[in-house]
Design a protein around this ligand. Structure first.
Ligand code: ACM
Ligand code: ZN
Length: 767
């Protein structure tokens, strides 16, 4: 009896709670205004749909919605002329802007209003996200189907909300391109930038030039490993190819249109054109046959600005503009080396005849001339920010990728701008500690950094800021061989981008966003998308570094978990120490950590070595300083963190000469050991120094050598390796410590800094 009444109280408590529980909302991107309402609208066999618009596209959207709901819920919702209760009502509201909508969900009805089908489309995306993630599925789910009460008014912050896909470096099938477009739509993105041509493959059928796909869409093999990982370079001996027929491209245009997405094709010129030149050598300065590129990077053979090249490009663009109705055609314009142009008689004659300012004037001439042609067909060009060099074409829109300066300059000059700065928008960069990630081209762009991006640079006045059309995520595919790889890099970072481009600054909130993201992962699962799960992993950050003390913050993006950790090398479990504040390390240690929810581990095991010594956090004198490889701070060599052999960021280098590092311990200390982390990277001409010595001094003037080590640096071929020699010596009392490192002499890779070798270090400890 007693037991039963407990059960009864328990049930009453939870039933009561369910009735009055606050509704939860996990909409990404967050709407501009969302006012929670009590109660919910339950879909049932009597629910009707009312569409009061005359627009056939809107009727189609309503039908698509009804069909999807029938698929997952089994409910067949009848379309009626009018209804006052238990209805989903589509209403026209001419006061709303093109992509805007309002949505009111009450226990009686769902009413959505918009002025166009675009607005209706976005309202429906929001309705889907108010329902359980299974609404995105393809299976009938026996569960309650309801929409929580809410009042939403919404409109995008930016008109240009882009996502890019490089299909040249690796080819992806039409089925995947459609999946990608579907995913864009649920994030309310509206511009698909399709990077169709590059050095490694031409991917679009051009009827007038069949060799572009016959020859230009195939390469015999591809580079293996990180760009500078192997010397000599290694290749996979695996032919790669593929292209889209014009019919397939038109199919993508139509498919995207149905999802309110414009396809912007990119045809690269004058650089990144090896695949076209391999097909038609007359396009290059030397007119010599070349191969479709199998390396990544920037190639020297580029289009020669002869009339015959322009004729070719105009013919290609004619077909491109026939396939793609987009107002904007992207013509590339980035990374065009001028080596060939400098020595090409035709190029030099053009510079003279047109009175151009050298080769950068010629680049500008090239883009101007193409712009004129594209404009004559009623279209506009977009180009990467290099199109600013030598003078911007009069009507061009600039895509700012080498940082934000190109975008700022273009907006100040009254040109439209799309922001894609690599530090915030390059989804081919690492999204977590490179040592735990599949290899990428480099860089570091965690989810939170994407989220915090503000597309309108502070340097612009409000008037100039209006030239920023929006922003775009770029998905370059050198290291993304499969569609799963692309998904891993794109999701969930694209969710963060969605809020950057859709949500007003005052409605953006990292904590709300990351709380909603758990639901977004469930949606991805329903859509068959394989996102990166680093959201659930533990990462670390150094809070402070000082002599013999390191404070290490452990964190996860996922707010719904707790972190358990060890510092003794043992594997953490659910009973390990609960993380609550920065871990204080007073000696070199390995932190291992795992995130848990309800005693279940969530992500990957975190494991990282930290070095703590007398010089932790200490600034030092480095002779000479290399501005390219200097680590991430002024104390990169004593920040407690080691580098890794998958990215260059943490390495500090001394190029072409012997190096020395001087540490001031600030007072006399007894020391007996020095450790230095060294990288052997033959492709970078980075070699272990053949000799390292340690000297000490009381006054910083007179030094006495206490230890040395000869290192076999005769490793001029192969892949990267790391060595951390420890130089041990009898205890000495000293204030200054000097480490000298001998340069290994000329390197064997002549393409790397003219063959100059370098000493590469990541961390130094002194005890
Ligand atoms: C680019 O990333 N080269 C535009
Ligand atoms: Zn030339």
């Amino acid at each position: 009896m007693r037991f039963l009444s407990y059960v009864l109280i328990f049930l009453l408590f939870f039933a009561g709670n369910a009735t009055f529980a606050a509704n939860k909302y996990s909409i990404i991107p967050q709407p501009q205004s969302l006012i929670p309402q009590e109660g919910k609208f339950s879909l049932n066999t009597e629910t009707k749909i009312v569409v009061t618009f005359a627009d056939s596209r809107i009727l189609q959207l309503a039908k698509d919605f009804a069909a999807q709901m029938k698929l997952v819920s089994g409910l067949r919702m009848e379309f009626v002329q009018s209804a006052t209760k238990n209805a989903i009502i589509f209403k026209e509201d001419k006061t709303l802007a093109g992509e805007a909508y309002s949505l009111v969900v009450s226990p009686e009805n769902i009413t959505l209003k918009a002025s166009t089908s675009n607005g209706v489309f976005y309202a429906l995306q929001t309705i889907y996200q108010l329902m359980p993630a299974q609404v995105y599925g393809k299976k009938l789910m026996k569960q309650e189907w309801s929409v929580p009460g809410v009042s939403i008014t919404d409109a995008p912050r930016f008109a240009y909300r882009g996502l890019h896909l490089d299909v040249s470096r690796h080819f992806f099938p039409i089925s995947f391109v459609k999946k990608y477009i579907d995913a864009m739509a649920i994030h309310k993105l509206n511009k698909f930038h399709w990077h169709l041509t590059d050095d490694q493959g031409w991917r679009l059928e051009i009827k007038k030039y069949p060799l572009l796909t016959k020859v230009g869409s195939r390469r015999v093999e591809s580079l293996v490993g990180l760009y500078a990982e192997n010397y000599p370079k290694r290749y996979d001996d695996d032919a790669h190819g593929g292209y889209y027929t014009q019919d397939e491209a038109r199919e993508i245009v139509r498919y995207a249109q149905e999802r309110y997405i414009t396809v912007i094709p990119e045809i690269e010129m004058p650089g990144h054109s090896s695949a076209a030149i391999a097909s038609y050598p007359f396009l290059s300065c030397e007119r010599k046959p070349i191969k479709v590129a199998k390396d990544w990077g920037v190639m020297k053979d580029v289009f020669c600005p002869r009339d015959s090249t322009f004729q070719f490009l105009e013919n290609v663009l004619d077909e491109v503009m026939d396939i793609f109705p987009s107002e904007y055609i992207h013509i590339g314009g980035d990374e065009c080396p001028k080596d060939r142009w400098r020595v090409c008689p035709d190029c030099q004659a053009r510079i003279k005849a047109e009175n151009l300012k050298g080769e950068s004037g010629l680049q500008s001439y090239f883009i101007h001339r193409i712009e004129k042609y594209v404009n004559s067909k009623g279209r506009k060009i977009i180009g990467w920010d290099e199109i600013l060099d030598g003078g911007l074409a009069p009507n061009a829109t600039v895509m700012s990728w080498r940082g934000v300066n190109g975008g700022i300059a273009a907006a100040k000059a009254g040109h439209q701008v799309i922001m894609t700065p690599s530090a915030y928008c390059y989804f081919d960069h690492y999204q977590a500690d490179p040592s735990t990630e599949p290899i990428t081209i480099g860089g570091y762009l965690p989810l939170k950094n994407v989220y915090t991006y503000e597309p309108i640079p502070a340097e612009l006045t409000p008037e100039e800021g209006k030239f920023i059309l929006g922003a775009q995520g770029n998905v370059w595919a050198e290291y993304q061989k499969t569609t799963t790889d692309v998904e891993y890099m794109t999701f969930p970072r694209v969710a963060a981008l969605a809020e950057v481009v859709w949500t007003n600054t005052n409605s953006k909130n990292w904590d709300r966003f990351r709380t909603s993201l758990g639901e977004q992962f469930l949606r991805y699962k329903q859509l068959g998308i394989t996102p990166s799960k680093v959201f659930f992993d533990v990462s670390s950050r150094i809070e402070s570094a000082s002599e013999q003390q390191l404070k290490v913050v452990l964190e996860t993006d996922n707010p719904d978990c707790e972190i358990r950790y060890t510092t003794d090398g043992s594997l953490p479990d659910k009973n390990s120490k609960l993380y609550d504040k920065a871990v204080v390390l007073t000696e070199s240690s390995t932190i291992k950590a795992l995130a848990y929810k309800a005693n279940q581990p969530l992500g990957k095991m975190f494991s990282k070595n930290f070095i703590v010594s007398k010089v932790t956090g200490c600034e030092y004198i480095q002779n000479p300083v290399n501005t390219w490889y200097r680590g991430q701070s002024t104390y990169a060599l004593t920040d407690g963190e080691v580098g890794n052999a998958k990215s260059y960021g943490q390495w500090v280098a001394i190029r072409s000469v012997d190096g020395e590092l001087i540490f001031d311990l600030k007072k006399q200390e007894t020391i007996t050991r020095l450790m230095v982390g060294l990288l052997n990277a033959p492709a970078l001409n980075g070699y272990y120094p053949p000799l390292v010595t340690v000297s000490v001094s009381d006054d910083g003037v007179a030094y006495e050598q206490v230890s040395s080590e000869n290192i076999n640096s005769n490793r001029t071929m192969g892949t990267w390796s790391v060595y951390r020699p420890e130089l041990v010596f009898p205890p000495v009392h000293a204030r200054f410590v000097k480490l000298t490192l001998k340069n290994a002499g000329p390197g064997s890779n002549p393409d790397e800094e003219g063959g100059q070798s370098q000493i590469m270090m990541d961390e130094i400890g002194i005890w």
